[in-house]
Design a protein. Structure first.
Length: 146
């Protein structure tokens, strides 16, 4: 099978049925998957989980998900070092102060959190923040923070 860029394919007017087979390379291996399996990746909903803890360390399952903090008092949310939890580069975590407690984000020893003006605490109830790992043990933090 010759390789063709998708931009070089003619535009079709007939939608895919989902049963068509598409050749891909995954992990250096040639595979065939259905068009529906590829489409399913695009509509996968984000997981939303809640915690009432006042101290929380992010876990691998938080990547690509949203963590709502519901405690009524101050909350410490810690990004662990890569040797403890190997988040992939580009991993994104969404957090939200859903309760009355402000969430303060910090990094474990050896982890850098880069935030505008070094502000790392949610600015009020329902404030949502985004953490993104830019390099190993280097994260960006953004959102309404004080």
């Amino acid at each position: 099978m010759s390789q063709v860029k998708d931009s070089a394919l003619p535009s079709g007017t007939t939608p895919l049925a989902g049963t068509e087979t598409v050749a891909i390379v995954q992990g250096g291996q040639n595979r065939k998957v259905s068009a529906q399996a590829i489409a399913d990746l695009a509509v996968t909903a984000m997981t939303v989980a809640q915690t009432a803890l006042t101290s929380y360390t992010f876990a691998l399952g938080d990547a690509g998900a949203k963590r709502q903090f519901t405690a009524g008092t101050a909350i410490s949310a810690v990004v662990p070092k890569n040797s403890d939890v190997a988040f992939p580069i580009g991993a994104t975590i969404i957090g939200q102060a859903s309760g009355d407690g402000a969430v303060t984000v910090s990094g474990d020893s050896g982890v850098t959190i880069n935030a505008l003006d070094d502000k790392v605490t949610t600015s009020g109830k329902h404030a949502q923040f985004i953490l993104t790992q830019d390099q190993t043990d280097v994260w960006s933090l953004s959102g309404p923070l004080s």
